[in-house]
Design a protein around this ligand. Structure first.
Ligand SMILES: [Fe+2]
Length: 282
C-alpha cells in the first residue's frame, strides 16, 4: 500500500486506484478548511472553551457525551453541513452530480479513551463495509488539527485482499436504524458501546504493526472503506478530533466497480439512506 500526496488528474483514475487499496493524503482545500473552521467554532461553543483539545477532561463524561451528541446530530443532519460535504467532495474533483454521501460524523478520541468500556467499539479493527456499506465506498477523513502518527489510526494493508475472521453477519442495517439514527450517529445512548453489537474482527491485530500516518489540519485523507483499519489508543493528554464521511460514485456502484469483498457478510444496505444527488445520480 502506498500513501500518495497527489491525486491523478482524472477522478475515474483516482477512484480506480482507491478500489485497488491505494490511500491518498491530499492537501487541505478551501472547502475542507472552511468545514474545519465551522466545526471548530461549534466545538468551542459546545465546550465553552477555545482550548477544545483540553476542555473535555474538565467535564463530567455523561455531560460531555450529551453535549457532543447534540453536536454530532447537527453535523449529520443540518443542510449547511451537507453543503460543506458537497463542497469538499467537489473540491477534490469528484462529481457531486454522481456521488451519494453518508453525512459527516465527528470522532472524538479521548486521552485514555480505550480504558472506557463505553468507548470499546471505537477501537475495534474493522472495515467500514462491515456496516453494510457498498464495496464501492470511499471513506473521507479530515483531521481538525495537525496530528502526530500516535494519535491517528492505522491500516493493515496485507488484509486488504485477504479475509479476516469477523462477525459482520450480525450486522443488519435495517435493525441498526429501526429506532432512528441514534446508533448510527452515536448521539443518544451513552451505553450503546456496551450494549449494541458492533461488527468486529475475531482474530487479534497489533496496532503497532499497522501502517500509520501523521497529518495536517484539514487534510483530505481518502481510502477504500474496505480497508482493514484501527484507531490508535492514545494517552497524550489531549482529545483528538476528526471528521469523516463516506462517498459512493453511483456510476461505479451500478457498474459493479469497487474494492474486493473478501469477508463482508453484513446485511442490508446503508446506501439508500445516503444523501443522493438532486437528480437521482447515475
Ligand atoms: Fe472506519
Amino acid at each position: 500500500m502506498r500513501i500518495f500526496s497527489e491525486a491523478p488528474a482524472d477522478n475515474a483514475s483516482l477512484r480506480r486506484s482507491l478500489y485497488q487499496g491505494d490511500v491518498f493524503a491530499l492537501g487541505p482545500t478551501t472547502a475542507s478548511e472552511a468545514l474545519v473552521a465551522d466545526v471548530r467554532e461549534l466545538l468551542e461553543r459546545t465546550l465553552e472553551s477555545r482550548d477544545i483539545r483540553h476542555a473535555p477532561s474538565a467535564l463530567d463524561p455523561l455531560e460531555l457525551f450529551a453535549r457532543m451528541g447534540r453536536l454530532r446530530k447537527t453535523l449529520y443532519m443540518e443542510p449547511r453541513f451537507h453543503a460543506h460535504a458537497r463542497a469538499v467532495i467537489a473540491a477534490a474533483g469528484f462529481d457531486p452530480d454522481h456521488v451519494a454521501f453518508d453525512p459527516l460524523r465527528l470522532r472524538i478520541i479521548s486521552h485514555l479513551g480505550h480504558e472506557n468500556p463505553r468507548a470499546a467499539p471505537v477501537y475495534y479493527p474493522h472495515r467500514d463495509t462491515w456496516y453494510a456499506h457498498p464495496q464501492s465506498i470511499v471513506t473521507w477523513w479530515i483531521p481538525l488539527d495537525d496530528l502526530r502518527e500516535e494519535e491517528t489510526f492505522v491500516f493493515y494493508p496485507e488484509a486488504f485482499d485477504r479475509p479476516v475472521a469477523n462477525d459482520s453477519e450480525i450486522f443488519d442495517y435495517d435493525a441498526w436504524v429501526a429506532r432512528g439514527w441514534s446508533l448510527k450517529i452515536g448521539w443518544q445512548d451513552p451505553e450503546a458501546g456496551r450494549t449494541a453489537r458492533y461488527p468486529r474482527a475475531l482474530e487479534p491485530s497489533k496496532v503497532d504493526e499497522g501502517v500509520g500516518f501523521s497529518c495536517r489540519r484539514a487534510q483530505n485523507l481518502l481510502f477504500a472503506g474496505a480497508h482493514y483499519h484501527q484507531t490508535r489508543p492514545q494517552a497524550l493528554g489531549t482529545t483528538r478530533y476528526s471528521l469523516d464521511f463516506r462517498v459512493v460514485d453511483l456510476r461505479d456502484e451500478a457498474a459493479g466497480l469497487g474494492a474486493p469483498n473478501t469477508d463482508n457478510r453484513s446485511r442490508g444496505s446503508a446506501l439508500a439512506d445516503y444523501t443522493h444527488p438532486a437528480h437521482g445520480g447515475t
